[in-house]
Design a protein around this ligand. Structure first.
Ligand code: TXD
Length: 321
């Protein structure tokens, strides 16, 4: 008999991100889904609801809601979205205490029932939680990564697209560093199908370079604070549609061995002068997880911003148990 495999994707945390992620993963026919949560009924309810979308969205996949880690057995990919979210006025770092305990419990469950899986951590504070997840599971670093850079880059691209009045699909933008307010949008790399965004801004503002730079500074700052902007508007939670889409970009890259280059929180062993920390850097993501960390020469200004962001991650990681 031919052994036909189907990916098994486990989502830990069936809240806002977990639910929408499960829905889109099925709509895109990425694999069978297990939705886990500590709250009884929530994963089961969402699974039942998504299952009833199968006929209209034309997918033949199994989606199971559970409160039992045993159902994670043989999962290929596990996405951790469990944890508390920010409220207005809170920083991501304020979540460290409560989410540390959650990541410990979750990591133990994954280690026991899905020991060969690839893990994408989403819970905040992101770089610290990825660090803990790798420590608690003991999985190889390339199998444990964090999603933040894809989202931050997408936000940067969106704001550039609005400013220029050009489709976001043609915008390339890269955000590196820790997933905090000191994250590093790399202005030099921002382009519209190869044409530097800065050049287009200078043209838009009739050669006024000072004004164009001011506009770009505004886009950078808005990107750095974009998560907080959503939190402030929602009042009772944080962004979830765009995080789910960004996670799916990473999941697809792994399942389909796409070897795409994207910004992800990965473990550095000397790259960019950083040893032993998870930080957002350009990575090649494929069937082996983080297959490569892609280095490039930063300008002095970029390096100064990156080092500041890394320092913030180190500070927080230093407080972890
Ligand atoms: O870019 C990024 N990485 C992020 C991260 C972008 C946006 C939000 N980001 C963070 O994701 C956010 O700060 C949170 O830490 C997570 C999850 O956000 P979400 O919006 O999905 O939060 P919800 O809706 O509150 O859902 C969290 C679920 C909820 O159902 C809880 O019951 C569950 O997590 N939960 C647990 N599940 C399993 N195991 C344990 N221990 C547990 N504790 C709570």
């Amino acid at each position: 008999m031919i052994k036909l495999g189907r990916a098994k994707i486990a989502i830990i945390g069936s809240g806002n991100i977990g639910g929408i992620l499960a829905f889109h993963a099925t709509s895109r026919k990425l694999g069978d889904i297990v939705l886990y949560d500590v709250v009884e009924g929530r994963p089961q309810g969402k699974s039942l609801d998504i299952s009833a979308a199968a006929r209209e969205d034309e997918f033949d996949l199994r989606i199971v809601g559970t409160n039992d880690y045993g159902d994670l057995k043989d999962s290929n990919i596990v996405i951790i979205t469990a944890g508390a979210t920010r409220r207005p006025g809170m920083s991501r770092d304020d979540l460290v205490y409560i989410n540390t305990k959650i990541i410990r419990d979750v990591s133990e469950g994954i280690k026991k029932y899905a020991p060969n899986s690839y893990i994408i951590v989403v819970s905040n504070p992101l770089d610290a939680m990825v660090t803990l997840c790798q420590r608690y599971t003991g999985f190889p670093h390339q199998r444990v990564m964090g999603m933040a850079g894809v989202l931050d880059s997408a936000r940067f691209a969106t704001f550039i697209a609005w400013e220029l009045g050009i489709s976001v699909r043609d915008i390339n933008a890269t955000v590196l560093g820790g997933h905090g307010d000191s994250m590093v949008p790399i202005v030099r790399f921002a382009n519209v199908n190869g044409i530097p965004v800065m050049e287009l801004l200078v043209r838009k503002y009739k050669g006024d370079k000072i004004h164009a730079k001011k506009v770009m500074d505004g886009l950078v700052q808005r990107t750095q604070k974009a998560g907080g902007e959503v939190v402030k508007l929602l009042q009772d939670g944080s962004a979830y549609f765009s995080p789910a889409s960004s996670i799916l970009t990473m999941v697809e890259a792994i399942i389909q061995n796409q070897k795409r280059l994207m910004s992800a929180s990965a473990y550095l062993t000397g790259q960019f002068g950083v040893y032993g920390y998870y930080v957002g850097v350009p990575c090649i993501i494929g069937a082996e997880g983080v297959e490569q960390i892609v280095e490039f020469e930063m300008t002095e200004e970029e390096k100064a911003m990156f080092d500041k962001s890394v320092a913030a991650v180190k500070n927080l990681v230093g407080t972890l148990p």
